[in-house]
Design a protein around this ligand. Structure first.
Ligand code: ZN
Length: 317
């Protein structure tokens, strides 16, 4: 019952937090890690309400036991009963192992396995898998504001090599940036028809509700889609996402506390709807202004979400 009460507290506070997401161009989503990552230093006062939840979640290396549950929202929640995606599968390999972010709701793991198999059929050698979630989900110390409830995954735009990669390769290999340097279109040297087919294949999975890509990639997909445009609505433009695409799957049936996101608008999102993304002020926003806006947006949400999500991470069964 203690656990149930804690979960309710998480939910109540998470529901009060506005979900605001912004990933910036300047953020490298796949920074190299370390082969021997040093453990994080212990917190002086982990039980203090002022201790940020991200500090607590980052120090948990195992899942919260019990039934799989995605709790709260994609930007302000946590995860119980997480399972790991095996780091090497027949048609996928996990990258950046030092991050320990290959955890998810079992539904996400099943989706990745399905996509890896379907990708093979269109000539994609296999998936390189980036961030999923931490063992207990929640906010992260670096890079991501979503990925908190085990229902998000980053898939690299680099196909899996034919060999099982070493720790070094997984940690230090660079991703493939498929966007041209002026950010106005894809890079014809890097972008291929199979990239488009891979994204289309992912949209076809009924679990997928949204895929985020760089606006230049969305533009290319609009151009290359041909007559069948029914899948394009799931692919939405966002900042960054030039080396990977971000897939979000729906709240699973078994996760009653999962807070669904509103589905994307059912239009294809092409043409003038992309204009905003190619404005100079969007492509190169003043750095200070962007930081200030992001900080202001996050402040209230973070103060509430930090306290609420800290509850489950510290909970005992
Ligand atoms: Zn992502």
């Amino acid at each position: 019952m203690r656990v149930a009460a804690r979960l309710i507290a998480v939910l109540a506070l998470a529901a009060a937090s506005p979900a605001v997401a912004q990933e910036k161009h300047s953020i490298d989503p796949t920074p190299p890690g370390s082969l021997n990552p040093a453990p994080l230093p212990p917190l002086h006062n982990p039980d203090a309400p002022s201790t940020p939840a991200k500090e607590l979640f980052a120090r948990k290396s195992t899942p919260f036991p019990g039934q799989p549950r995605s709790i709260g929202g994609y930007f302000d929640g946590c995860l119980a009963g997480a399972v790991p995606l095996p780091i090497t599968g027949p048609t996928w390999q996990v990258m950046r192992l030092s991050r320990n972010r290959n955890w998810g709701n079992p539904e996400l793991v099943r989706f990745i396995e399905r996509l890896a198999e379907n990708a093979k059929k269109i000539g994609w050698n296999g998936l390189l898998v980036g961030d999923m979630s931490q063992p207990r989900g929640g906010p992260m110390l670096s890079e991501h504001r979503s990925h908190q409830i085990g229902l998000d995954v980053d898939i690299w735009f680099t196909p899996m090599p034919d060999h099982v990669q070493s720790r070094e390769e997984r940690e230090f290999r660079s991703g493939t940036d498929v966007v041209a340097s002026d950010q106005l279109d894809v890079d014809p040297e890097a972008w291929t028809h199979t990239h488009a087919e891979l994204i289309r294949t992912a949209t076809r999975d009924p679990a997928v509700i949204r895929i985020l890509v760089n606006a230049a990639i969305k533009k290319a997909l609009c151009r290359e889609a041909g007559a069948d445009r029914t899948w394009l609505f799931k692919v939405r433009p966002w900042y960054g996402h030039a080396e990977h695409f971000h897939v979000q799957i729906a709240c699973p049936a078994g996760s009653a506390e999962c807070k669904p996101q509103s589905p994307p608008h059912p239009s294809d999102g092409c043409g003038h709807k992309l204009d905003f993304w190619f404005k100079e002020s969007t492509l190169r926003p003043p750095a200070v202004q962007t930081e200030t806006a992001a900080d202001a947006c996050q402040l209230t949400a973070r103060m509430q979400a930090d306290r609420s999500s800290a509850v489950i991470v510290g909970g005992q069964t």
